[in-house]
Design a binder for this molecule. Structure first.
Ligand SMILES: [Zn+2]
Length: 125
């Protein structure tokens, strides 16, 4: 629990500006008390999660940011497609590698439910 910044959730515009809008959402809801140091990684994680959901998932796409104080920040992106996610992967010389979310997150995972999924990432200072 964070006493400064309550969890925030927003629908993401499903078009090519989605990642930009999602990063702007962080400006208003990012906890500067606990998580300033995590912001650069968070920007990349949010961009990847939102881009995946907009490109491969099914709308509506919901972005949620929750500061948990010393336990870190959890970023979640939900959409209506229970399959996936299909992240692009990064690797040397075009060889498939690990996805960026896995590289940057302290923990991450996928929760599926009937009619949708949530991909989440936790970042810890
Ligand atoms: Zn906080």
């Amino acid at each position: 629990m964070c006493e400064w910044y309550p969890a925030a959730e927003s629908a993401v515009v499903v078009d090519r500006s989605a990642a930009r809008h999602a990063r702007r959402f962080l400006d208003d809801h990012w906890c500067v008390e606990h998580a300033s140091l995590l912001r650069p990684h968070a920007e990349l994680v949010v961009s990847e999660l939102v881009t995946e959901a907009v490109t491969h998932g099914a709308p509506p796409v919901l972005l949620r940011v929750e500061c948990e104080g010393a336990d870190g920040v959890t970023i979640s992106v939900s959409d209506r497609d229970p399959n996936g996610p299909r992240f692009r992967t990064v690797g040397p010389d075009g060889v498939p590698g690990t996805n960026l979310v896995a590289v940057l997150s302290d923990e991450w995972g996928v929760r599926t439910r009937p009619g949708g999924k949530t991909v989440w990432s936790r970042l810890v200072v």
